[in-house]
Design a protein around this ligand. Structure first.
Ligand SMILES: Cc1ncc(COP(=O)(O)O)c(C=O)c1O
Length: 395
């Protein structure tokens, strides 16, 4: 018997990273492919205490069904943090707790996208967003990223031509490129968006992880309207908790709540209670500071190794925070081909192709530095340099 799947599934790529992770199952392989936080940063003892405390003090209450919107004190905490960090006034009823920010992308797709709607992404763009939005069969457009943010000239032309429903962005330490939008770029972006109905999606799982320079306010700060922000506890507490959020005005929120009810009733209530307890009983600033220090060392190690070993014609970004950096090979060299050569040298990365909608044979790739020791980073970059030299010499 053949199963007749929905047409929409033909449009969705299987996660490329999952395919790559198969290569990295071999323990000999040094992998810069994944996007995992460093597990030494997980607050195991503190989470253990928080879980014990919520169970001791609240018993069966924390094991019961709960509201779709999420645990109110946690939503209030998130709203207060926007104010504390950026002076941004947000009400708790503008926060919806989601099953990671990844679910936020799915819910946004459900409430905003019809088949063949025009939508705009960054180029390159977050693979998980491309996958989540593909389910709704939109028409993708993209706008190039420069070193200091989005190409505003191209943005204006694209907005004028296609009037896309949404523009999905990751303005801090973008996944995959590591690029951060400068304050000037954010202002320019907002002043262009203020002329259109396009909804800006500002996805910010890495914003707290700045290890160089000063924080820059969200683009939302400069926007009149039409903004949705996404956040996550995955990179500052633990991804296993699966807790993220959507911040949107109440009109959008109503629709999102209906979509979430249909999807899963509510996010894991026990996780919400444990994370809230953890945030209340511990100094989160101190915890985040430690993660920043750790990632800064790993990032410096990778940037230095690249300078030392890679041929000088190879370009790479120098992120000021987050977990990734982005490498550009000479024109005409496919990073998919490099992946095969590098796999033989037992080193892995994510080739650029899946971060673009439609293009093939791309000469870019992503490196993650947060999940390898400094020794592994040095050795892995050395091997990768050999692979690059090999592929350039056979050009
Ligand atoms: C840009 C971006 N958005 C969203 C996510 C999903 O994060 P989570 O669902 O764990 O909050 C990730 C994960 O790596 C990401 O890089």
């Amino acid at each position: 018997m053949s199963i007749k799947f929905a047409d929409r599934m033909n449009k969705v790529q299987k996660s490329f990273i999952r395919e790559i992770l198969k290569v990295t199952e071999n323990h000999e392989v040094i992998s810069f492919a994944g996007g995992l936080p460093n597990p030494v940063s997980f607050p195991v003892e503190e989470i253990k205490k928080a879980a014990q405390k919520v169970l001791d003090e609240n018993g069966s209450d924390v094991l019961q069904y709960s509201t779709t919107e999420g645990y109110l004190p946690l939503r209030q905490y998130i709203a207060d943090r926007y104010y504390k960090r950026f002076g941004l006034k947000v009400n708790a009823d503008e926060i919806l707790i989601t099953n990671g920010s990844q679910q936020g992308l799915d819910l946004i797709g459900k409430v905003l996208l019809n088949k063949e709607d025009d939508i705009l992404l960054e180029r390159p763009g977050y693979l998980g967003a491309i996958q989540a939005f593909s389910i709704f069969e939109p028409t993708f457009h993209s706008v190039t990223l420069k070193d200091d943010g989005v190409d505003t000239e191209l943005l204006e032309k694209t907005l004028e031509k296609y009037k896309p429903k949404l523009f999905y962005t990751v303005p801090n330490f973008q996944n995959p490129s590591g690029i951060t939008y400068s304050e000037e770029n954010r202002k320019a972006l907002a002043s262009i968006l203020n002329k259109y109905d396009t909804v800006l999606i500002e996805d910010d799982p890495y914003g707290e992880l700045r290890f160089i320079g000063e924080d820059v306010p969200p683009v939302r700060t400069y926007l009149h309207d039409n903004s949705i922000m996404l956040g996550s506890f995955s990179k500052i507490v633990s991804p296993a908790m699966r807790l993220g959020w959507i911040c949107a005005k109440v009109e959008i929120m109503d629709k999102l709540i209906t979509a979430k009810q249909a999807a899963d009733l509510h996010s894991n209530y026990f996780s919400q209670r444990v994370v809230y307890q953890y945030l209340t009983d511990n100094d989160i600033e101190d915890h985040i500071k430690k993660i920043r220090e750790l990632y800064k060392k790993q990032r410096n190690c990778m940037v230095n190794a690249i300078e030392k070993y890679f041929p000088s014609e190879i370009k790479s970004t120098k992120p000021e925070g987050g977990m990734f950096l982005w490498v550009t090979l000479p024109e005409g060299i496919s990073s998919l081909d490099l992946f095969d050569v590098a796999a033989k040298q037992n080193v892995a990365f994510v080739p650029g192709d899946p971060f673009y909608t439609g293009d093939k044979g791309i000469n870019t790739f992503r490196l993650n530095y947060t999940n390898s020791s400094e020794e592994m980073i040095e050795e892995g970059i050395k091997r990768l340099a050999e692979s690059i030299k090999q592929i350039i010499s056979t050009r």
